[in-house]
Ligand binder design. Structure first.
Ligand code: GLN
Length: 193
């Protein structure tokens, strides 16, 4: 079961993409909704509104705990911002909001990813970029030298919106991590005396 943070923003397209890939997915609005998840998506939206929603629901600490405890996460756009050092502080990055400029700087680009044969068609909407990152962060793609996709352990972040362009390969990459983590958890549960 994959959770999609649904306090605000573009959660619906992520739910549809995950379900189209054969995963069960549900909206996460409260602390109780985090129970029993194998993975979490934090969608795009508006990061200030999302921060307020997280605070209102008392979700900051439970989210932090779950992610630090190994819950695989995919963060897109505002979701990337939520994971950085200045927000939930679970990924060693600093995001710069609206880094390409505001509304006028919404654009599309084809990006090469290390593990993918064909480029990803990426839609950027008032997107952030990664202004700083620590040594444990692997940059997967960049625009004009600015990282727009990265991974650290089981956390993957994208500045753009694969869920609205029909691109599923990055959700699939996330789901591979989810399955590996699920498998590791089951293996350690059954090997317990
Ligand atoms: N500009 C938004 C913010 O800073 C993010 C945009 C998006 O998620 N598409 O919160």
């Amino acid at each position: 079961m994959i959770g999609v943070l649904a306090l605000q923003g573009g959660f619906d397209a992520h739910l549809k993409t995950l379900r189209a890939l054969g995963e069960e997915a549900r909206e996460v609005r409260t602390v109780a909704d985090l129970d029993g998840l194998d993975g979490l998506v934090i969608p795009g939206g508006e990061s200030t509104t999302m921060t307020l929603g997280i605070a209102r629901e008392g979700l900051a600490e439970p989210l932090r705990e779950a992610i630090r405890g190994g819950l695989p996460v995919l963060g897109t756009c505002a979701g990337l911002i939520m994971l950085d050092r200045e927000h939930l502080d679970v990924m060693d990055i600093v995001a710069r909001r609206n880094a390409f400029g505001r509304q006028v700087r919404s654009f599309e680009a084809d990006l090469d990813f290390p593990d993918l044969d064909a480029p990803v068609h990426a839609v950027f909407i008032r997107a952030p970029w990664i202004a700083e990152h620590g040594p444990g962060v692997e940059v997967l793609a960049a625009v004009d030298g600015h990282p727009v996709a990265a991974r650290e352990g089981d956390i993957m972040v994208l500045s753009f919106h694969p869920e609205i362009s029909g691109e599923t390969r990055l959700h699939e990459a996330f789901l591979e991590r989810v399955r590996a983590a699920r498998y590791a958890r089951r293996a350690s549960a059954t090997s317990r005396p």
